[in-house]
Design a protein around this ligand. Structure first.
Ligand code: SIN
Ligand code: CO
Length: 390
């Protein structure tokens, strides 16, 4: 069966799914997720990929697409960043290179649909769909990622070698992370539709067998350091500490250049008053995880006034743009870095919109959402390209 967003209930969590090789979501999460690799033969039977190598190269030429060309020449790795000129692809050698394109789900509706099959993992963990193309024997070398990743084979075949080795030392001075001492522990050749799940830090090495395209569904796992520094950044705009440094009892110091003990103690006392609540953490996470990456550009929709927009809503419903991230906690919702609270009466609507990433016309045509502020908000987002009339 297919797993659909928002379908979680106990019987579905227990139902075997083909995508996970007949495991249920519950079994997969308990036994494999973040724990050990899983090879699934024919996870998506008949899957041949979603775009051709030429179309992938076309995406890599666009300004708002992140792409890399990794090549190896005389044992030296080289990484070029896109966007590329079309001419760059005409000058490529027969072999020894890989083209990697990030965020393909933002540009291809079929790719966004593919990601929906992975909705058993929270959207807050999803990074993106990266697609690679390599001619025979190509690849990006042995490495490890800090990500959980499902490596789904599209066109062609790829030989995957993996290792759960502890030695993760890297080749010094290489422009990408290449493991110095990779020791193959397991090896498989993946055919179209086969999939390999890898938890973070499992060493892997994918080698194209003939022309090969791989679809990497990646889930981010931010480091504690990254979260802390982003949180402190976020907190500084919300902090309100009263008072100021004062030293009415100042005594002359022996060394005027010395930072005195009294000064240190007073400042330490001020900093110790920095506090935050769980609402600050919620707000931070919602903003941080829903904020579009800096290169993302939303395309403005057709110009519809509010009345025309409302009319279309009642006929066709509304969908989130593929680049839009909508998340929530309780009644607090986040869309592309903006926060808003929803009234209890609208919670079912907003929850469905966030989970399914679309809402049908039935929500709008029976008067249950007759809320001027809500319609205004949806219209604003429509004009910003955050949402689309389906
Ligand atoms: C690739 O698709 O070539 C690389 C994917 C990976 O190793 O993470
Ligand atoms: Co990798």
């Amino acid at each position: 069966m297919r797993y659909d967003a928002g379908m979680k209930n106990d019987s579905l969590a227990n139902a075997p799914i083909a995508l996970l090789g007949g495991l249920s979501v519950e079994q997969f999460l308990n036994e494999y997720w973040q724990k050990k690799p899983l090879l699934v033969r024919q996870a998506i039977p008949g899957f041949k990929g979603l775009l051709s190598p030429d179309e992938l190269a076309g995406l890599a030429c666009e300004d708002d697409v992140q792409s890399r060309l990794v090549s190896i020449k005389k044992n030296r790795w080289q990484v070029e960043s896109g966007p590329f000129d079309e001419a760059r692809f005409n000058r490529l050698p027969e072999q020894d290179w890989t083209l990697l394109v990030q965020g393909v789900n933002h540009h291809l509706p079929e790719a966004a649909e593919l990601l929906q099959q992975f909705a058993f993992i929270p959207y807050a963990r999803l990074d993106d769909l990266m697609v690679s193309f390599a001619p025979d024997a190509g690849g990006v070398g042995p490495h490890f990622d800090s990500y959980d990743v499902f490596l789904l084979q599209g066109e062609g075949q790829r030989r995957w070698r993996i290792s759960e080795q502890d030695d993760l030392s890297l080749v010094p001075d290489a422009p990408l992370r290449i493991l110095q001492n990779f020791v193959t522990e397991q090896e498989w050749v993946l055919e179209p539709g086969d999939m390999l799940y890898l938890p973070p830090h499992v060493a892997h090495w994918g080698i194209a067998v003939g022309n090969a395209m791989t679809y990497s569904i990646g889930f981010r796992a931010p480091s504690a350091q990254e979260l802390a520094s982003e949180f402190l950044n976020f907190l500084q705009d919300r902090l309100k500490l009263t008072g100021m440094y004062a030293d009415p009892g100042l005594q002359q110091q022996v060394h005027p250049a010395e930072i005195g003990k009294e000064m240190l103690e007073q400042v330490a006392g001020m900093l110790n008053r920095i506090r935050w609540q769980s609402e600050d953490v919620t707000a931070f996470l919602g903003h941080y995880l829903s904020e579009p990456k800096p290169h993302i550009v939303f395309d403005a929709a057709d110009d519809l006034d509010e009345t025309e927009f409302q009319e279309l809503l009642t006929e066709q419903g509304l969908a989130l743009d593929a680049k839009t991230q909508m998340l929530f906690h309780g009644h607090t919702f986040f869309i592309n870095g903006e926060q808003f609270d929803v009234p209890a009466a609208q919670l079912a609507f907003w929850t469905q919109f966030a989970n399914q990433r679309q809402v049908g016309p039935e929500w709008f045509d029976d008067g249950q959402l007759q809320d001027e502020a809500l319609l205004q908000r949806l219209h604003d987002w429509y004009q910003a390209g955050y949402v689309w009339i389906d």
